[in-house]
Design a protein. Structure first.
Length: 197
């Protein structure tokens, strides 16, 4: 079994579960700048649990996560992340609101012949434009966020940064890029969204 260590967290990886990559590291580093002790944090699509485990190892927070893949949910549980296996926000306690909600969604534009078999496809398949999950996420996120809360969304230049910011604005959020990293064929960014009061 492969285990990785990063910023005081030890994280076990598993077959058919997204291996933490540059996007995961950028989101974890950025989230550590925003998340403070005492906050309630929700991670959607936790995968191996890497980002949540890094946050828990460095902050005194209440954190829960959701994950659609049963294989990833089990892996994250083995990394001591409290996971609900569900589709996005379904199954979360009604009325519970978080200070910070983070999501590293499947963000790559994906055609039919680029799909990968099994549960791992949920990690990569962002639909034809890479934004398949962004709309549904933005439609629901405000119900689970404190009025002065923060959304952190990891996307790529291939996803369409301006389009994602527009989608967030349509849902009454102020949004802008707060971190970025140039990778080989794309730029990864973290978009911060705050509800307009
Ligand atoms: C790009 S991976 C990121 C994993 C991890 N958060 C990280 O940063 O390393 C996206 C994750 O979201 C999960 N996912 C995709 N769609 C989902 C949905 N509708 N609800 C919950 N999880 C979802 C995938 O199974 C996958 O584990």
């Amino acid at each position: 079994m492969v285990t990785i260590e990063y910023r005081n967290a030890k994280v076990r990886l598993a077959e058919q579960v997204y291996d933490p990559a540059e996007d995961s590291y950028l989101l974890a580093d950025t989230a550590l700048e925003i998340v403070k002790d005492g906050m309630a944090v929700l991670e959607i699509g936790t995968g191996s649990g890497f980002v949540s485990a890094v946050l828990k190892a460095n902050r005194d927070i209440r954190l829960i996560a959701t994950e659609i893949s049963p294989l990833a949910a089990n892996c994250a549980r083995s990394n001591r992340v409290d996971v609900i296996r569900t589709d996005m926000f379904s199954g979360l306690k009604a009325g519970k609101q978080f200070d910070v909600i983070i999501f590293n969604p499947p963000y790559l534009p994906t055609s039919e012949d680029e799909k990968v078999p099994g549960w791992l496809n949920y990690a990569f398949d962002g639909g034809v434009d890479g934004r398949k999950d962004i709309g549904p996420f933005m439609e629901q996120v405000a119900d689970h966020l404190q009025p002065d809360g923060v959304v952190l969304l990891l996307i790529s230049s291939l996803t369409g940064i301006d389009e994602v910011i527009s989608e967030m604005e349509v849902h009454n959020f102020n949004a802008h890029v707060i971190a970025s990293k140039k990778c080989s064929f794309e730029k990864l960014v973290v978009v911060e969204g705050r509800p307009i009061k």
